[in-house]
Every structure is written in C-alpha cells, then in structure tokens.
Design a binder for this molecule. Structure first.
Ligand code: FES
Ligand SMILES: [Fe+2]
Length: 371
C-alpha cells in the first residue's frame, strides 16, 4: 500500500482532473484538418461535434436531443447548421438552437423549444481552439504562448490520438531525468552529448505562466561505485562540445493546462511544443508543434528540414519513446519519487493551486445596503 502523502493522491484537485481541467482553451486540431465533414472530438470529458461551415469553425455537444444519436454522424444541409443523420433535426451552429425539424415540416412545433450546448471556438496560430469550460471564456490569447501569435511564426503541427493519461504525459514532458536514460538510444541524440545527471531547480517565468527546469549543476559522466563509468559516449558524442540535453541552453518549460515548450539550442533555431489534450481517462490528443520564426525563405527551408528530418527523427523516433512509457503508466499507482522529480512535484503544485476554477455561483442574495 502507498504510504500516506507519498502518492499522487496527495494532490486532490489534480487527482480529480483525470479528464483535464475544463476552464481552458484547448487546441483541437490544425485548421486545415477541419472541413465540412463533421468530426467527433472529445476534449476534457466533453463530447463535441466539430465542423466548418460558411468558412467558420464550430463545436456543439455531440448528441441529438431527439433520440441521442451523435450529431457527428450528421451532415450540413444549410450554411451554419448541422442536421442529425436520423430524422433531420437541424441545429444552428452559432447558437446550438434547433431551427428546423425537417421531417416534421416548416411549422414543426418542436422548433425553438430545444437546443444543444455550443462550445466557443477560435482559430489562432493555424490551430482550432475550443473552450471546454462552464464559465465565461477568457480571451483565447491567454491560453496560447504569445510567441506563437506572432505574424512571422512558422508552425508545423502533428496531431496523434494516443493511449495514456494526459497528466502522466505532461509529467513525462517536464520530467527532469528520463531524457538522460530513455532517450539515450534515440537517433536524435546520436551526435549529441547528453549529461548523465544534473542538479535542478524549478524557476518561474516573469509572467508567472511557465515553470522552467534550471540546471544548477550539469554532470556529463561519473563513476558509479562498484559499477563503472556512465554514461558511455560514442565517438561523435565524445567529440561534441556541448552538453545537449539538460543544459540551460536547452530549456524545458511547462504551463497550464498541459503545455510543454522545449527551446532547442541556439544553432538549431527552432522550438518544440507539446499539448497533452485530455480525451478520456486513458487517451489524449498529443499535439506537437515544430516552430521557428522568419520570412518566406525560412518557411520553405524549415518545412524541408521538418519533412526530411525533424518529423521522423524527433516527432516519431524520439517522441515515440515518450508515448511508450506514458502508455505503460497505470492510472493510479503508488510511487516513490526521487531527487530529479522536483520537476514533477512543482508541476503538480501548480495544477493544484493555480488551475483555473469555475467562478463561484452567485447566490442571488441582495447585499445589505451600506449604512
Ligand atoms: S435522433 Fe436526431 S433527429 Fe432523431
Ligand atoms: Fe521525453
């Protein structure tokens, strides 16, 4: 049995958020992936139908109130509407209101009496964002790293639907030590000299939104008593000058609601982002972005670099190692953390104390007049 206070259950709100924190904007997909064919999307425990109509992106609750058929099975018969596949109940995508029950004639008395929930949708940075909250949406820009909103941002997205819980995926992203062991076999680091162990502190960005792993000590390799020297570097790694992973030249940061940023070392000139978008308790939408900033020529060269190298060696080869371990982590488990896990506990504390909450409901009582 887990010792009290040692398990993840020490973090009550975080534990309850098995399907994510709802009061946030989440990226659902890349904008070009949303067309006139309705798609079923589950985010933060909300089942939604997403569709583009009249050039605009929409999301409604994915259920027809008539006989509970998913609206994502339906089709768009008229602009800014979606019709249920079964009997043609037709909902306005802008409001969720039933505007026609086609198979009951234009004077159907049910019209105006029924609606489905609408989820606010915005498009920024080439992505479709959806607000899953029950409260008033904050400006979408509050939940997007500001550098992605720059006009010269060059953003290449990759979305995969994968197994595992979003919390363990986020913890893995910000985990200090696994890169130095799990990823040591990845082709991505074949020419890079990764440190064996570091002493890490977690620092907060000036705007308060990001936690960053700061390396106070970086140890390339060391003697392990009775075992020998580790890690063992290949010829290229021995010649490499810098400590590629786990140095302050390669900062890794995390923020709510489950977003990772990995700035690649200077000469690489790109930044890797990950969103762990919760779907069910055991699945999440894993969105990774390769991002750089510049003009048209840089865009062309970056796309070339992405499709010939970054996609295969990083976003598949390297990140598949992450997907493998996240999938292996059970949903609830006793755990015994060690020194580098300061990154994980800092992230959990951020979730516990700072995740956006639903504003308290007003009771309707009238405050007493000031005397
Ligand atoms: S179930 Fe949707 S219209 Fe009947
Ligand atoms: Fe990793």
């Amino acid at each position: 049995m887990a010792e009290p206070g040692r398990g993840i259950d020490r973090w009550e709100r975080y534990c309850q958020a098995a399907e994510g924190f709802t009061e946030y904007w989440y990226p659902a997909m890349a904008s070009p992936k949303l067309g006139s064919k309705p798609q079923a999307v589950r985010i933060a425990g909300r089942d939604m139908v997403m569709v583009r109509s009249g050039g605009r992106a929409y999301a409604l609750e994915d259920v027809c109130p008539h006989r509970r058929i998913p609206l994502s099975e339906g089709r768009c018969e008229f602009e800014h509407t979606i019709s249920c596949v079964y009997h043609g109940w037709t909902f306005d995508l802008r409001s969720g209101a039933l505007v026609a029950a086609l198979t009951d004639g234009p004077d159907s008395p049910i019209v105006g009496k029924v609606s489905v929930r609408r989820f606010p949708v915005e498009e920024r940075a080439g992505l479709v964002w959806v607000w899953t909250g029950d409260g008033e949406p904050v400006p979408v820009e509050d939940d997007i790293p500001e550098e992605l909103l720059r006009a010269d941002a060059i953003i290449v997205p990759l979305l995969r639907k994968v197994e595992g819980n979003w919390r363990y995926a986020t913890e893995n992203g910000f985990d200090e030590s696994h890169g130095k062991f799990l990823h040591r076999t990845a082709w991505w680091v074949f020419f890079k000299r990764m440190s064996g162990w570091n002493v890490t502190e977690i620092v907060r960005s000036p705007d308060g939104k990001w936690l960053t792993r700061a390396q106070m000590e970086v140890h390339a390799d060391d003697d392990y008593p009775g075992l020998g020297r580790w890690p063992r570097f290949n010829l290229f790694q021995r010649r490499a000058k810098s400590v590629a992973q786990g140095s302050n030249k390669h900062p890794v940061s995390v923020r709510l609601p489950g977003t990772l940023r990995v700035v690649q070392p200077d000469s690489a000139d790109w930044t890797h982002y990950e969103w762990y978008v919760p779907a069910t308790r055991n699945t999440y939408r894993y969105l990774v972005l390769a991002v750089t900033w510049g003009g048209a020529l840089k865009r062309a060269l970056f796309h070339l670099r992405y499709w010939t190298y970054i996609l295969w060696v990083h976003h598949y080869g390297f990140n598949n190692q992450d997907l493998r371990v996240v999938k292996l982590m059970p949903d609830t488990h006793p755990e015994r953390l060690f020194r580098p896990d300061v990154s994980i506990t800092a992230w959990r504390r951020m979730c516990e104390e700072e995740a956006r909450r639903l504003p308290p409901k007003t009771t309707g009582t009238i405050p007493a007049a000031a005397e």
